[in-house]
Ligand binder design. Structure first.
Ligand SMILES: Cc1cc2nc3c(=O)[nH]c(=O)nc-3n(C[C@H](O)[C@H](O)[C@H](O)COP(=O)(O)O)c2cc1C
Length: 147
């Protein structure tokens, strides 16, 4: 059984919906999962050696939503080779920095030595208005990669 913290960055709730469905799927597979809607550094720190699933949309011009900025800033100086993570990025390809928020978070974790499990999922709101229809099959696949 794996322990997965699901860390959400959202403006209008799409990423939260994706996160909640991911939580349901992970639990259905016998794992522990918990969604953090306004994630803090302490929440994040408690998942070292476990799994983090980052689910974030993009705002502004490739920026992270306000709900996840404190976490992103708070973990800047960490070195976290024992963290395994997955990432689901929500965006819209009609904007110039497609899924920029998720890409930024992924780049930080890569720099810090964290181990990404699977590829980053990028969901395009201009093509798929129901993001969970894309994320749920991805999570079903991701769950098979957990120890
Ligand atoms: C003001 C605004 C700015 C946005 N900027 C970007 C952007 O730079 N890149 C991108 O890929 N998507 C951008 N988007 C699209 C959102 O990321 C996308 O609609 C996403 O599904 C919203 O999810 P949320 O409800 O979880 O925030 C933007 C949306 C809004 C409303």
């Amino acid at each position: 059984m794996a322990e997965v913290g699901i860390f959400v960055g959202t403006m209008y709730g799409n990423a939260l919906l994706v996160a909640e469905e991911a939580e349901t799927i992970l639990k259905a597979h016998g794992h522990q999962a918990k969604v953090f809607e306004d994630p803090e550094v302490d929440d994040w720190a408690s998942y070292q050696g476990k799994y983090a699933l980052v689910v974030t949309s993009t705002t502004g011009q490739g920026d992270l939503p306000d709900s996840i900025v404190p976490l992103y800033q708070g973990i800047q100086d960490m070195y976290q080779p024992h963290l395994r993570y997955g990432i689901i990025a929500l965006g819209d390809s009609t904007y110039s920095h497609f899924c920029g928020g998720g890409k930024k978070f992924d780049a930080l974790l890569q720099e810090q030595g964290a181990q990404r499990i699977g590829d980053m999922l990028m969901i395009d709101a201009s093509e798929d208005p129901e993001p969970e229809s894309i994320s749920n099959p991805w999570v079903e696949q991701w769950v098979t990669l957990l120890d």
